[in-house]
Design a protein around this ligand. Structure first.
Ligand code: ME8
Length: 525
């Protein structure tokens, strides 16, 4: 039976159009999903939109629209973006869909049945922008307004509310955070710094409220607005938008139907999130699930934030980057490559046009593009356009041939731990070695000195290496690598990792090559 794999992006708020931060998470999840597809796994990749809550309700009101019409419109921008970014997602979920409301109600009822929910009164600080509650000691005050650590203004809220017994689950969470790697019950929060942050937050809470742990319970319903999923049996309340939103990950897997076709994908392998929403995914979400008797996701991976040309991305600075414009300007694959190459996944990074152009020109156009073009042009010109037969490598070829052959294993190890930048580092090191190899063995000169047999060998080793590069780079740049596969004569059913074990037959005709990447002029920007 095939191994099942499940990866998610956060579902995006529809208060505004998509920006480059959204594109980043989505591309990372797509690369991992495609990598698993290359390995022959059965993959479920989910993305979608988060459409309830006060923040979205307010955005609809500001636009002078009814919330449903407004969310239909903005959600469509996110759905269109999956096409623009070349995502191969298996589903696109909207929290306003009937299947999702049904899943939320079922989860609520299960929690109520297990006595994990009680009715009380909420009094405290709430930030609409973050859709989050904050403790008084987390706030700062400026000009009479109080702010959350995220910079969002908070307001005082006092209303009847249902509570979730979060306090009860915190010790169990700590136990699971601390289990060794590979333990089936471990909740793996990555990177390490985020795991420590989440652990410390839970530990501090347990210490501060040792004698009144119920203070750590979570308010999970609101009565002051209506744009949300109604609480079963008490329609004056709508569910807290994060309980609603997090549930999307099981809705799409078919919850509450245990016989659903997709339930085999749960628990998810990786939830990709930005660093600002780790708390929700690493504390609340696993606690809700454990309380309902459902296994939590295996890993939460939090990536960093992008600044834009050295500045925080913000509407007021007018520097919010539209990913659709970026794709139009630089092409999809250079953008996908840049996002995962430029910074280590998990750290913050700076988005600059100069850096994107630099990576495109030196690594894609020069190093990889020229290597492919030189090799394939020589095969066209000097081998009558036919792939040379495979021969055992001579001693002087062995190091190069081995490096290419072991590359997929190295990439696998890196991608299994979501070190996209390290996977690309290893691939680019191998591309550089191939450029050294072609320069040292100079196949263009061998023809002239009547060493045609040797020339054919060298070109074949280069062709084999290019096939490996196309395979391991396909998850990152699917369109361009499909073009490279075409030029290399790799048939459609041989474009995966297992197929690399079977060499292409010598003698097959290859099409004339054409450039894979274009160089971008810095002056043009
Ligand atoms: O948080 N760089 O949605 P959202 C990188 N609906 N990532 C960034 C970024 C930046 N400059 N700005 C934002 C939500 N992001 C909830 C999720 S999931 C059940 C509900 C990231 O549209 C941010 O970190 O506000 C987050 O992961 C993602 O964009 C979606 O943000």
């Amino acid at each position: 039976m095939k191994q099942t794999r499940y990866v998610t992006t956060p579902i995006y708020y529809v208060n505004d159009k998509p920006h480059v931060g959204h594109a980043y998470t989505s591309v990372a999840a797509d690369v991992l999903a495609r990598w698993w597809r290359l390995q022959g796994h059965e993959v479920f990749f989910l993305t979608g939109t988060d459409e309830h809550g006060q923040k979205v309700e307010k955005a609809a009101r500001d636009a002078g629209m009814d919330p449903q019409a407004f969310t239909d419109q903005v959600s469509q921008h996110f759905r269109d973006l999956t096409g623009t970014l070349g995502l191969w997602n298996d589903d696109f979920i909207r929290t306003t869909e009937a299947r999702h409301k049904a899943a939320c109600s079922a989860l609520w009822e299960e929690l109520a049945r297990r006595d994990e929910i009680y009715l009380g009164h909420y009094e405290g600080w709430y930030a609409v922008r973050d859709e989050a509650f904050y403790g008084p000691d987390e706030l700062t005050e400026r000009d009479g307004v109080k702010y959350a650590p995220s910079g969002a203004p908070v307001e005082w809220v006092r209303e009847p509310s249902y509570f979730f017994r979060l306090s009860k689950w915190l010790p169990e969470l700590l136990r699971r955070f601390d289990l060794p790697f590979g333990h089936p019950e471990r909740i793996d929060v990555q990177p390490e710094a985020r795991r420590n942050e989440v652990r410390a937050f839970v530990q501090q809470g347990l210490k501060d409220f040792a004698d009144k742990p119920e203070k750590l319970d979570l308010s999970i319903s609101r009565t002051s607005f209506t744009w949300g999923v109604k609480v079963p049996g008490d329609p004056a309340h709508v569910m807290y938008v994060w309980l609603d939103a997090l549930t999307n990950y099981i809705t799409a897997a078919g919850y509450p139907d245990p016989k659903a076709k997709r339930w085999k994908f749960w628990p998810a392998d990786v939830h990709f999130v930005g660093k600002d929403i780790v708390r929700f995914h690493a504390i609340y979400w696993p606690a809700f699930l454990m309380a309902a008797g459902i296994e939590p996701a295996k890993r939460v991976f939090a990536h960093g934030w992008w600044t834009i040309e050295g500045q925080k991305m913000s509407k007021s600075l007018g520097n919010v980057i539209d990913p659709v414009a970026l794709v139009a300007e630089y092409g999809l694959d250079p953008l996908r490559y840049f996002l995962l190459r430029e910074v280590s996944f998990g750290s913050d990074g700076d988005f600059s046009r100069k850096a994107l152009i630099g990576r495109n020109n030196s690594e894609l156009a020069d190093a990889l593009g020229n290597l492919a073009n030189r090799t394939l042009s020589l095969i066209q010109k000097n081998c009558e356009g036919c792939l040379p037969h495979k021969k055992d490598p001579r001693d002087t070829d062995k190091l190069f041939v081995d490096e290419a052959q072991t590359l997929p294993t190295e990439v696998r190890v890196r991608l299994e731990s979501q070190e996209f930048h390290m996977a690309l580092d290893a691939i680019m090191a191998a591309v550089r070695s191939a450029n050294v190899y072609i320069t040292v063995h100079a196949p263009w000169a061998l023809k002239k000195t009547q060493q045609e047999e040797r020339m054919a060998e060298v070109l074949r080793h280069l062709h084999d290496a290019l096939r490996v590069f196309a395979t391991v780079l396909w998850p990152f740049m699917p369109t361009t690598m499909d073009a490279l596969f075409d030029q290399l004569g790799v048939p459609a059913d041989a474009r995966d990792l297992a197929a690399l074990a079977t060499p292409l037959p010598g003698g097959i005709a290859l099409p004339p090559p054409s450039p894979l990447f274009r160089k971008i002029e810095i002056e043009a920007v």
